[in-house]
Write a protein that binds this ligand. Structure first.
Ligand SMILES: Cc1cc2nc3c(=O)[nH]c(=O)nc-3n(C[C@H](O)[C@H](O)[C@H](O)COP(=O)(O)O)c2cc1C
Length: 210
């Protein structure tokens, strides 16, 4: 479980960094999801206790779910599934950056979730959402129903960015509000707590075996 982790010592005790995988849920050309994900990536990196990676569903480029067996059986036939499985299996925590499309979350994110099962379970998941007046809250509510089926633990603390376009300047740089910065901090603190709390549950469960 802790293979390949960077470790550090505080007062003689050894600690390991946790791997945080940030998944960008939108794939549209010109998407807001990319700069929003880059912002939360920076905040998570600054927070210090994370080894942070971005999983961009554009680059990962999964076709619509094309595995013959239920993911729980782990009988993957395609290289794209095996690669996706490995990336998620190595994460200790997830953070989904999600748009709101028609009061729900995006189809590419649902597809990416459906590809796997064991790789998700007993891991905490945090959300950064954005949209119009709702700030993507309806997408997150819908996501919570799906992620609990995959035995993930969704956090209460989250970041919602209403009317997201107002935080972009003319050069398309993203300048989040103070409220978003504070919410991001609170969410990352809580995510670190849940990551530690769930670690023993995953150890030995085979949940993350790829
Ligand atoms: C197909 C589609 C459906 C949308 N539905 C909603 C919605 O239900 N609620 C909302 O707040 N914004 C909605 N929007 C506006 C999006 O929040 C906004 O376009 C946002 O930038 C989309 O994220 P993205 O740029 O990362 O794709 C929708 C946009 C698209 C393209």
């Amino acid at each position: 479980m802790l293979e390949g982790r960077i470790s550090y010592r505080i007062t003689g005790r050894e600690y390991f960094t946790s791997k945080l995988l940030i998944v960008i849920g939108s794939t549209r050309p010109g998407r807001v999801g990319l700069p929003v994900a880059q912002w939360i990536y920076e905040r998570a990196t600054e927070y210090g206790s994370w080894d942070v990676e971005i999983a961009d569903l554009v680059e990962i480029n999964l076709p619509f779910m094309d595995e013959p067996s239920h993911p729980r059986l782990h009988q993957y036939t395609h290289d794209h599934t095996k690669a996706w499985s490995e990336r998620v299996a190595h994460a200790d925590a997830l953070l989904f950056v999600t748009p709101e499309y028609n009061f729900g979350f995006s189809a590419p994110l649902k597809n990416a979730l459906d590809y796997l099962f064991n790789e998700w379970q007993y891991k905490p998941v945090a959300f950064v959402s954005y949209g119009g007046v709702s700030g993507g809250v309806r997408a997150v509510q819908m996501l919570k129903q799906v992620v609990t089926t995959l035995k993930m633990v969704p956090l209460y603390e989250s970041v919602q960015i209403p009317f997201v376009q107002q935080y972009f300047d003319d050069s398309r740089a993203f300048h989040p509000s103070e409220a978003a910065e504070q919410a991001a901090h609170d969410m990352l603190v809580e995510l670190a707590r849940w990551t530690s709390a769930l670690q023993p549950l995953r150890a030995g469960s085979g949940a993350s075996e790829s």
